[in-house]
Design a protein around this ligand. Structure first.
Ligand code: ZN
Length: 151
């Protein structure tokens, strides 16, 4: 057994990505895929605005940057905001063992659904993630609704 990783330390990588996205004028959601042994496999951020591509969420970006992995059981998807259905589906499709969520206050996403499926979900309630997302949503309600697929 490897020791439980410091999830808060892993969140820093995702938060850095979210801030990068914000600086680019995009939606501030970042993610990182780690191996349970602490290796960073890939990281990325939402680039809906930057690339005009609604399929690039933080999680999918990190997943793609990580390249092919033999198995995802011992990987950890770290994301600043609770994963949407699309990204929760990705977690289930590839059997990613653990999901670390910076915050689920502004958006609950698929957290319960993932837990029901046996995925370990750790919600950190990180104040920086909560505040950043709250402020961004308040300033960009239309773009936010577009990102989560609401009319
Ligand atoms: Zn998503």
């Amino acid at each position: 057994m490897t020791a439980t990783p410091d999830y808060r330390a892993l969140l820093e990588t995702a938060l850095e990505e979210a801030r990068r996205g914000l600086a680019e004028g995009g939606i501030p959601i970042g993610a990182a895929l780690y191996h349970a042994d602490g290796r960073l496999l890939g990281c990325g951020h939402n680039r809906r605005v930057q690339e005009d591509d609604p399929s690039i969420h933080g999680e999918t970006d990190a997943f793609r940057k990580a390249g092919r992995q033999r198995s995802y059981r011992d990987t950890i998807m770290v994301t600043t905001l609770a994963p949407c259905w699309y990204c929760s589906g990705l977690v289930r499709q590839f059997n990613i063992g653990t999901v670390v969520v910076g915050e689920a206050v502004n958006f609950a996403g698929g957290v319960d659904w993932l837990r029901e499926a046996g995925t370990q979900v750790v919600v950190l309630d990180d104040e920086r993630c909560i505040t950043m997302m709250r402020e961004w949503i308040a300033a960009n309600p239309g773009l936010w609704n577009e990102d989560i697929g609401e009319d």
